[in-house]
Ligand binder design. Structure first.
Ligand code: SF4
Ligand code: SF4
Length: 340
């Protein structure tokens, strides 16, 4: 199975409940950023630039849990910054799992091997740890490309050692790779092969997008370049365990249009609820309710906001692929993809 059965079941039941209730806009994944500080300084990172003035501040555990309850999505993605630098990360994971949520713990992998024993300990106390928490490790390509992008020699090897240790310890482990102009897809097949041998559960590929705080035209993909890259991805990486749904992949290849559904992946951080989306910022709201009700959703997406023109990112369009791909043919493709 592409994703564990418990996650698929929770998501399917949640979406069914929302459909029956007639609610139009609801969250699928909460992007929770307890802190923005990080041990790396990646070329493509918007967070450490946009939040430089609050980089040393943290949300408290209570603030994080309030946000999880307020938003009430079935999945919480703990990101940042580097979440393993958050002093109460183990307690936070434990308490979010006890709220019945699934967790993607996004990390650059540099502390994964060293901190793993804390999560193994947690798994003795909270049996949901290995069933409902998934490591999501950032790897931007082969060793030389990754180390150049994160601007740290040795970072790739450290992350791969962490992934190997986490798999050996019985955790779910996914990887997360951003594609930039200089990413060679043929080179990514070597990475996919290496990760497959380690036994990772899936590989997420995202098109690099030059949003406000990191705009650099020579670095990020235009929409047309994204189409070309992902057509090669489909051809060369199709046999590996990619986590992009077939509908989202159609969109990335330019074969299908989707509206932006950024409201389904809200971001909460030290400044509040980031509006309109994970990538661009007009303002931060104090509550989830204000975020969802006061953001003008008609103004985002392709053709509506020039900042969105080249964006094809997960945070806007992966939920749209799930929520709006509801023709029978799409549902059958999705089901076959999930069990393959
Ligand atoms: S590891 Fe992540 S949070 Fe840290 S600098 Fe790189 S992209 Fe930013
Ligand atoms: S298209 Fe959606 S996700 Fe992308 S920048 Fe615009 S609002 Fe954000």
């Amino acid at each position: 199975m592409r994703f564990p059965f418990s996650l698929t079941r929770s998501m399917a039941l949640y979406m069914l409940r929302k459909k029956i209730s007639g609610q139009k806009k609801f969250p699928l994944v909460l992007m929770l950023e307890p802190l923005h500080s990080c041990n790396l300084h990646c070329s493509g990172c918007g967070r450490i630039r946009e939040y430089a003035d609050t980089i040393n501040k943290h949300l408290t555990v209570a603030e994080c849990l309030n946000s999880v309850t307020e938003c009430d999505s079935p999945i919480v993605s703990l990101c940042g910054g580097e979440p393993l630098l958050y002093p109460e990360i183990v307690e936070l994971v434990d308490r979010i799992l006890r709220l019945g949520k699934h967790i993607y713990l996004c990390t650059n992998g540099q502390f994964l091997e060293n901190r793993l024993s804390d999560f193994i300990q947690l798994s003795y106390k909270n049996r949901r740890t290995k069933r409902k928490m998934f490591w999501n490790v950032h790897l931007d390509g082969s060793e030389s490309l990754h180390d150049a992008i994160v601007e740290k020699p040795g970072a790739f090897v450290k992350a791969v050692n962490g992934i190997t240790a986490a798999k050996k310890a019985g955790f779910y482990v996914y990887t997360n790779t951003t594609l930039y102009k200089k990413t060679e897809i043929a080179e990514l097949t070597d990475l996919a092969r290496q990760l497959e041998q380690i036994g990772i559960d899936g590989m997420m590929l995202a098109p690099g997008y030059g949003y406000e705080s990191v705009s650099a035209e020579s670095f990020f993909l235009t929409r047309e370049e994204t189409y070309e890259k992902f057509k090669s991805v489909r051809k060369l990486l199709g046999q590996f365990r990619m986590t992009a749904t077939p509908i989202y992949l159609d969109f990335l290849c330019g074969e299908r249009k989707l509206p932006c559904a950024a409201w389904a992946n809200p971001t909460r951080n030290i400044k509040g609820w980031k509006s309109p989306c994970y990538l661009v910022t007009d303002r931060h709201y104090a509550t989830y309710r204000d975020f969802i009700e006061l953001t003008d959703w008609s103004r985002i997406g392709h053709g509506n906001d020039p900042r969105c023109e080249h964006c094809m990112m997960h945070c806007g369009f992966e939920p749209a692929a799930v929520l709006f791909g509801n023709r029978l043919r799409d549902l059958i493709r999705l089901a076959i993809w999930q069990i393959s």
